[in-house]
Design a protein around this ligand. Structure first.
Ligand SMILES: [Zn+2]
Length: 400
């Protein structure tokens, strides 16, 4: 490393480091537009050099930042929050005792209302609702979405049964539908064995019923686009797909990312009276122009921001402007319940901090920045937008 550092500091003063041909000793020269060979890096235009000694893998390389800047941690959100993308389980909502403890945990991060997006209907839904009602601490703080069972689409009477179930679940207290999982589109099959497309016309009566019952449909379609392409060293999610190979969608077995997006967009467009919430900002947080176009063209669509904080926080200026422009269209959601991870969201949304760590390096090997939203926008993202699309949830008791 020493030679490299000295050369970097003042190459002009140490011509001996260069060979007679003008390249670095031990280095390799490349032509315009070429990449350095594996194991080398481009230290000057068209000059590649390999580091001395053992090169760490990306798993072991953990540089400590020397940057000294203000750090404004936010353990609690500035305003009470609706977590629209909740998957609490037995340890949180499985008993009255668990619920009591859960209340304290949510208070510590200022999440006031948890939306259980478990895609559960019928008896399991009513049991969950009944249990929550028994909890003095949480009876007004946990609400449930119902689910749609896509088994047997295309068989006689499927839509009638699905609509009847939605009506019963709404009556039992469900405040929306979802999370419709990514299996819808990727793997769900119709009664005849063909892949159930997102925009299948047989589903239309269900979306119409959702509109009539004022149940927004929370839907997760596909996965990050990197999961649909080759896992090579240019793939931003190489590490994640290497840790969890089951997250890959080999293109000989699955529809492409774009095909799923096209089907989803046609579902949204062809059912304009139904409110849809695209989970994970529709996997377009890395392309806010595309997401904005979608919001512009489809007034019935909102986006939920769970698990894509790494994309919001790496473009603080663009994301700030986007959240301002589409402040009525974005919902807070977290997805997997890890209380210690929420403060990263508060910090990105509320502060103008620079260059801080994200909580999972396999999602993002880069740093995050605060996007510094004004209070009026924070309130919309944290609770006002969610309350608007869940009219069955009591609307009082929230800050104006
Ligand atoms: Zn989810």
């Amino acid at each position: 490393m020493r030679r490299l550092l000295v050369v970097t500091a003042s190459a002009a003063l140490i011509p001996a480091a260069l060979s007679a041909q003008g390249g670095f000793r031990g280095g390799t020269q490349i032509k315009d537009g070429e990449q350095c060979p594996p194991g080398m890096t481009e230290v000057r235009p068209r000059n590649c050099l390999a580091p001395e000694g053992t090169v760490p893998s990306i798993v072991d390389y953990r540089p400590k930042s020397t940057l000294k800047v203000p750090a404004n941690m936010r353990m609690k959100a500035k305003f009470p929050v609706v977590d629209y993308h909740g998957h609490p389980g037995g340890p949180q909502i499985g008993s009255v005792e668990a619920l009591q403890k859960f209340a304290g945990t949510l208070d510590s991060i200022n999440v006031r209302l948890m939306v259980v997006a478990g895609n559960v209907s019928g008896d399991r839904l009513t049991q969950g609702i009944a249990l929550v009602k028994q909890s003095p601490a949480m009876k007004d703080r946990v609400v449930f979405l119902t689910g749609i069972n896509f088994t047997g689409v295309g068989s006689p009477g499927w839509a009638d049964r699905a609509v009847a179930q939605l009506e019963a679940d709404a009556k039992a207290g469900a405040v929306g539908i979802g999370e419709v999982g990514k299996g819808f589109g990727l793997s769900s099959r119709k009664a005849d064995g063909s892949r159930l497309k997102l925009n299948d016309p047989e589903l239309k009566p269900v979306w119409a019923a959702a509109a009539r019952l004022k149940l927004a449909v929370f839907i997760h379609t596909a996965d990050p686009q990197e999961f649909f392409r080759a896992v090579d060293y240019t793939n931003e999610r190489w590490l994640e797909q290497s840790l969890f190979p089951e997250r890959r969608y080999p293109q000989d077995r699955y529809p492409s990312f774009e095909q799923l997006m096209n089907e989803r967009d046609s579902l949204f467009r062809e059912n304009p009276r139904t409110t849809f919430v695209a989970a994970h900002l529709g996997w377009h947080a890395n392309d806010l122009g595309r997401l904005g176009k979608m919001f512009d063209e489809m007034p019935n669509v909102l986006g939920e921001m769970g698990a894509v904080l790494y994309d919001v926080g790496r473009q603080p200026r663009a994301a700030h402007d986007f959240f301002i422009k589409y402040q009525d269209r974005i919902l807070f959601g977290k997805d997997s319940f890890q209380p210690e991870e929420y403060p990263y969201y508060w910090r990105v949304l509320e502060t103008r901090d620079d260059y801080f760590d994200y909580y999972r390096d396999y999602h993002a090997f880069w740093k995050l920045y605060g996007i510094d939203l004004p209070d009026a926008v924070l309130k919309k993202v944290y609770y006002q937008n969610a309350l608007r699309i869940m009219p069955a949830v009591p609307q009082t008791g929230w800050p104006k």
